[in-house]
Design a protein around this ligand. Structure first.
Ligand code: ATP
Ligand code: MG
Length: 233
């Protein structure tokens, strides 16, 4: 579904990614792990056109979407959940979701909203409250809900478990699995909670210093603790 080939990108003159090759298969959950600063977020940002790709290509369903722009990606059914639960604190929960669904016809928005409330009933209870008052976990749910409102075919998620308690990490992973299985959304997820993401993903990549250091089935890393440790050294 998504194929990234020889991707190079960075900030200003600083190159961060040095030829990343990866694939996210349709209907599956693909995870990216790796140490801090290794370039995980940069991969997602360049796929979604938040920063320009220097070299290489991003192919989505056979179409070259490299540097197409975020709007084109949303129209193509790609949703993005940025790192660090970025919600608009001064707006209500509902208003945040309305921003995500800005380009949807009203009846479609209502339909999608029902799905979000079904997934996160806690958000519905607090729909009229300012988002600034939500807990970290609830903000993360709202951030996910805002990306889901367009009924995406594919979701790019950047550390949805960041800052959450271990109980909430499990809750979040369970919901990501649900979104994948029940809504049929293909997922490309960046995570630092390796043990937890290994339980839900079908394929895993590790990035180190802007290069792919590992690509394989999660089962291998689950049993080979030494190998896993090495990926973070
Ligand atoms: N906006 C930016 N301007 C300049 N340099 C940046 C910017 N964002 C990230 N970098 C640098 O690019 C490198 C890769 O950053 P990136 O955010 O992709 O890492 P990451 O793997 O997502 O790390 P983390 O696990 O901490 O989120 C780092 O050296 C970082 O300092
Ligand atoms: Mg990051």
């Amino acid at each position: 579904m998504l194929k990234v080939e020889k991707l190079e990108a960075g900030y200003g003159k600083k190159q961060v990614l040095f030829g990343i090759d990866l694939e996210a298969s349709s209907g599956k959950i693909t995870a990216i792990i790796g140490p801090n600063g290794s370039g995980k977020s940069t991969v997602l940002k360049s796929i979604f056109s938040l920063i320009p790709v220097w070299n290489g290509s991003v192919i989505y369903n056979g179409e070259n979407i490299t540097n197409r722009g975020t709007r084109a990606n949303v129209n193509n059914g790609i949703g993005f959940v940025p790192q660090g639960n970025r919600v608009f604190d001064e707006m209500t929960v509902l208003e945040n979701l309305e921003i995500g669904g800005l380009h949807l016809p009203k009846d479609r928005f209502k339909e999608e909203l029902k799905k979000i409330w079904g997934l996160f009933p806690e958000l519905e209870k607090r729909k009229k409250q300012n988002s600034g008052k939500l807990s970290g976990g609830e903000k993360q749910m709202l951030s996910l809900g805002r990306a889901l409102i367009i009924n995406p075919k594919m979701l790019l998620m950047d550390e949805p478990s960041l800052g959450l308690s271990s109980k909430l990490v499990k809750f979040m992973m369970g919901h990501i699995l649900k979104i994948n299985r029940e809504f049929g959304v293909t997922v490309l997820i960046v995570e630092q909670k390796v043990r937890e993401v290994l339980e839900i993903c079908h394929h895993i990549y590790s990035i180190k210093l802007g290069k792919i250091a590992y690509s394989g089935k999660p089962e291998i890393l689950k049993t080979d603790k030494q190998k896993l440790k090495k990926l973070f050294l």
